[in-house]
Design a protein. Structure first.
Length: 280
């Protein structure tokens, strides 16, 4: 998008707006890209959802129209068709529309579906990538997703396991020297544990849950595959589940200091896991 698009009123195409799909990153406003910030400053309207942090919304000029289409698990505020329709209608009015999404718009963000909805109307679009939650949370938790001594590959997996479209190759996930990052997996942690164990992953495999990653309320809850479900019951959304021996490195590589330190989370979660085992 250039300012030229906004000032050139005379050509027939001038009534057509544009949609810019922008990744806002995982929360910390400093993780917004320079291009994302520039797009937010030039937009006529910003359509955003729940995962975009308030600090980022505060960077949007006051004159810009804001449309919240936030979604919560299983309780869509505006259904996907409705969001698509808003984007189309605003662009057809000639607006420069920023569709702002948490993390990266092409990673579990339905960004592709939203762009596909623009095609029949010939609405032009651009995509600005963002730091996806896996990259942001891992960095701020001190967990390198790959490491020559631990993991030669990393997989990002949806935790939405019950959908009819699910076609996850669990045996490929359960292999060694591989890091798994589950998005939207908190409510499915029991299922994740059972399926990985059934495909041969050791119950002692180290894991961690990163809650509200990159924010000052970030918590890193260390666990193992065996205790994942128990620890997940104490975690709040948004949270990522990271499974693999790289998670152990957080003890020595953790650098970010949110309100609750890794050490206090560790002792708290160890107690939770031990109490639960005694009860069982
Ligand atoms: N497009 C986004 C992901 C959207 S799916 C991205 O690239 O990051 C929503 C899921 O992302 C949440 O359920 C959670 O699993 C994860 N997530 C997003 N932001 C997060 C954060 N700050 N901390 C932990 N997990 C986060």
């Amino acid at each position: 998008m250039t300012t030229d698009n906004k000032v050139c009123h005379l050509t027939p195409q001038s009534t057509m707006g544009k949609v810019i799909l922008v990744g806002a990153g995982p929360g910390d406003p400093d993780l917004l890209t320079v291009k994302a910030l520039r797009m937010l400053q030039q937009a006529d309207v910003v359509v955003y959802d729940r995962l975009v942090s308030n600090e980022i919304i505060e960077l949007i000029p006051e004159k810009t129209d804001l449309i919240f289409v936030g979604k919560r698990a299983g309780n869509h505020c505006v259904p996907q068709d409705g969001i698509n329709q808003i984007l189309v209608e605003e662009a057809l009015k000639g607006q420069i529309v920023v569709r702002l999404k948490g993390g990266d718009p092409f990673i579990f963000g339905r960004g592709g579906e939203e762009l596909e909805a623009l095609l029949p109307h010939d609405i032009p679009f651009e995509v600005v990538p963002g730091i996806t939650a896996a990259a942001g949370c891992a960095a701020y938790a001190g967990i390198p997703l790959t490491h020559r001594d631990h993991a030669q590959s990393v997989q990002f997996v949806t935790g939405h396991l019950k959908s009819e479209k699910e076609q996850i190759d669990w045996s490929s996930l359960a292999r060694t020297n591989n890091t798994l990052v589950f998005y939207m997996g908190l409510n499915q942690s029991g299922e994740i544990r059972r399926r990985l164990e059934a495909h041969g992953m050791s119950p002692l495999t180290p894991a961690a849950i990163v809650e509200r990653g990159t924010s000052h309320n970030q918590r890193v809850l260390p666990c193992s595959l065996e205790t994942l479900e128990i620890i997940a019951a104490h975690a709040e959304s948004p949270a990522l589940i990271i499974i693999g021996s790289v998670t152990q490195l957080a003890h020595k590589l953790s650098w970010f200091e949110p309100k609750q330190s890794l050490l206090s989370c560790y002792s708290e979660m160890t107690e939770v896991a031990e109490d639960k085992r005694e009860i069982i």
